[in-house]
Every structure is written in C-alpha cells, then in structure tokens.
Design a protein around this ligand. Structure first.
Ligand code: EPU
Length: 342
C-alpha cells in the first residue's frame, strides 16, 4: 500500500529530534509499490529514509519528497548442512529488533550490532558497525530497486563494495539511485563469537566459546553502549557524528613526532591508521563546546546531542564547524561527518 502526505512533520522519524518538515512524504510496502512509484515518476529526486538515525535536517524544511519503506517482514530459513541460516529481512525491519530475535533463537552474527538504531535499508547503505562487527561481515546479498531502469536486482556482498561506513550506494550518479528493498544475512547456529573489541575480549576470553551465547554478547554490547552513548529515547543524536579519520602510517608517525606524544589509532587491513576521532576531539577541549542547545556528549565526544530537545539544525552545524576547526588547528586532520546533511 502507498500512502502520501503533504507538508509532513517527520521530526519523530529521526533520532536527532530536530525540526524537520518535508514537502511530500510517501510510505510504501512492496516492490510492486516501488514499480508504481517508478511509473508515476516520483523516485528520481526522492530522499529515501530508514530509521532517520543518520540524518541532519539543517534548516527544518526539506521541500522535496521523502520516501520510507514500511515493510517489516523477515524470514529465517532452516539450517543448511553447515549449520548456516539465512535471514531475509525487508528494508523496513528494525536492525535491533532482528538482533534481539537472533539472540533469542541462539543465532550468531548480529549480536555485536545490538542497540544500533535504524533499519535494514540504512544499515545496508551505511555499512553500520560497532564492537568489532560491520554489516558487511554478515550480509550475503542485498536486493535493490534501480530507479533508472525500474528493475529489482540482487547485489552480492562483493558488488556492494563495502568499506568503512561506505558502500556502492554512496557513489551513484545521484543519492538514492538504488533503493535497498531487502538484505539476506548469513547466521551461524554454531558458536561464532566475535571478540576483537578489547572490552568484549576482556569480559569473555576466559569462557569457552561453546558456553557463550549470542544473548550474552548482546547484553554486554548493550551495557557498553549504555555506558558511553546517550539513550536515544531521552537525548536526540545521530550516534557518531564524525567518522574516525584514516591517515597513512607515515603521516601518523610524523604527527606523533611533531606533537611529541602518542596518538592512538588502529592499523587497518590496508596498513593505514584509523585515528580515534573521539580522542582528537577530547584533546582539543571540545567537550565543553556548545552552540545554543547543541552540545557534545561527555562520555563519547564523537556524538553531538540535541541537549534540550530544542536544538535547531543550524546550531548542530555551528557546533560541527567549531569541532572540525579545533581538530584541524591542533592536529592538521580533517574530520568528515558520518551523518548526512539534508
Ligand atoms: N575517547 C576519548 N575521550 C572520551 C571518550 C573516548 O578520548 O571522552 C577515546 C578513547 O581513546 C577510546 C576511543 O575514544 O578508546 C574510542 O572510543 P570507542 O571505542 O567508543 O569507539 P569510537 O571509535 O569512538 C566507533 C564507532 C561507533 C561504535 C564504536 C564501538 C565510528 C565513527 N564510530 O566509535 O559507532 O559504537 O566504535 O565499536 O566508527 C555510530 O556509528 O553511530 C557509532 C556509535
């Protein structure tokens, strides 16, 4: 079913909770609906949203069309001979809801992504990640609707060109050219804990893997998130506002030499260094920065919050610029936002 609303207030459909109204809001359910919208010519310039957890409405009004998939169907296949299970989830499924269902059914794969706000469509575009797992580690293929040809096609994991918070979907001729309709996720019925993230390793390294359950990991991840990140029900934010900047190892060494101090970072699979944006921001004293009702979250300064619920997009952008400038001046590093400015 397709529903259309004009001049809709979509603030409640975003996690930042900033003023956000759009010219036209269209909600659909099926691929047939998408084909209908394609024939009506409304897909080309539309902004597709998921859980609105990574969007920053900078002005409070977006004149164009906003699309949303209301399909929350999912299906779990029986285990194959290798104990693998396929979860096929429509774009509108809530990621954390699936994490919970998998943990309850002792299926391994999504547990480290517990607590991440947003829907499957957004997760597939953004390659969301936390605590040592990225969406790309579990997704087998993604089905997409091509808004130019009007065809629905499957893209393999490889064809999605996943990188750090990056995918083929972010490099199209125009944003939203490919609309994610569903994702197939491969899960394990046999224990497959991912304990690369140091605090998780510390908690579980002495427990034999066959005594661990995905529910134990999920609980630990949620409590780690609760200790660092704002409660999305109480304080508006878009999670990490900035990406962790990646620099060459030579650049990292030169920075350490010039500043005469150790600069924390992780070596990536390409041998580059992923710096901790939270650390850079903290070192610059940005935790005390604020712009109107926009503030920095004290236990995770990578997160900008709508502190009172009354912040505006303009104030968030003002604070973003203050932080970006401070880090540039102190370290010569350019922070790039993870959130999408609308
Ligand atoms: N830190 C400080 N000061 C602070 C807090 C933290 O310097 O006040 C430094 C510490 O050195 C700490 C480091 O920040 O070790 C890193 O913090 P954390 O482990 O929380 O990870 P992150 O790199 O800041 C990334 C993701 C998060 C994800 C966590 C955990 C990005 C942009 N962010 O944050 O993702 O939850 O790792 O895996 O990659 C999101 O994308 O919305 C998100 C929350």
């Amino acid at each position: 079913m397709i529903t259309t609303e004009i001049n809709k207030d979509i603030r409640e459909m975003t996690t930042f909770g900033l003023p956000a109204e759009c010219g036209r809001f269209i909600q659909y359910e099926t691929s047939d609906d998408l084909r209908q919208l394609y024939r009506d010519g409304v897909l080309k310039d539309a902004l597709h949203i998921g859980g609105g957890s990574n969007l920053l409405f900078t002005t409070g009004r977006y004149d164009g069309t906003v699309l949303h998939c209301a399909n929350r169907n999912y299906r779990i296949s029986p285990p194959d001979g290798n104990g693998k299970v396929r979860l096929e989830a429509s774009a509108g499924c809530t990621l954390d809801e699936l994490c919970r269902i998998c943990a309850e059914n002792n299926l391994w794969g999504l547990e480290n992504l517990s607590g991440i706000p947003g829907e499957i469509g957004g997760a597939a575009v953004q390659n969301v990640g936390a605590y040592g797992t990225e969406f790309k580690d579990v997704v087998e293929h993604v089905s997409v609707f091509d808004t130019v040809s009007g065809e629905e096609i499957p893209l393999s994991n490889k064809e999605c060109h996943y990188g750090y918070r990056d995918s083929v979907f972010k490099h199209q001729d125009y944003p939203g050219k490919l609309i994610v309709t569903s994702a197939a996720i491969l899960l394990d019925t046999m224990p497959a804990p991912r304990l690369d993230y140091a605090p998780l390793k510390k908690l579980f390294c002495n427990i034999p893997p066959n005594q661990l359950t995905p529910a134990m990991l999920r609980e630990a991840v949620i409590s780690l998130r609760d200790s660092k990140l704002p409660d999305p029900h109480k304080t508006g934010s878009a999670g990490s506002f900035f990406k962790n900047p990646i620099v060459s190892s030579d650049r990292h060494a030169a920075m350490e030499k010039a500043l005469n101090k150790e600069i924390p970072g992780h070596v990536t699979s390409t041998g580059e260094i992923k710096l901790s944006a939270a650390w850079l921001i903290d070192q610059c004293g940005c935790k005390s920065f604020h712009a109107g009702d926009a503030a920095v979250w004290q236990t995770q300064p990578l997160v900008i919050v709508n502190a009172t619920g009354k912040a505006t997009g303009k104030e968030i952008v003002q604070l973003e610029n203050m932080i970006t400038e401070a880090v540039r001046d102190a370290f010569g590093v350019e922070l790039t936002p993870e959130v999408i400015h609308i």
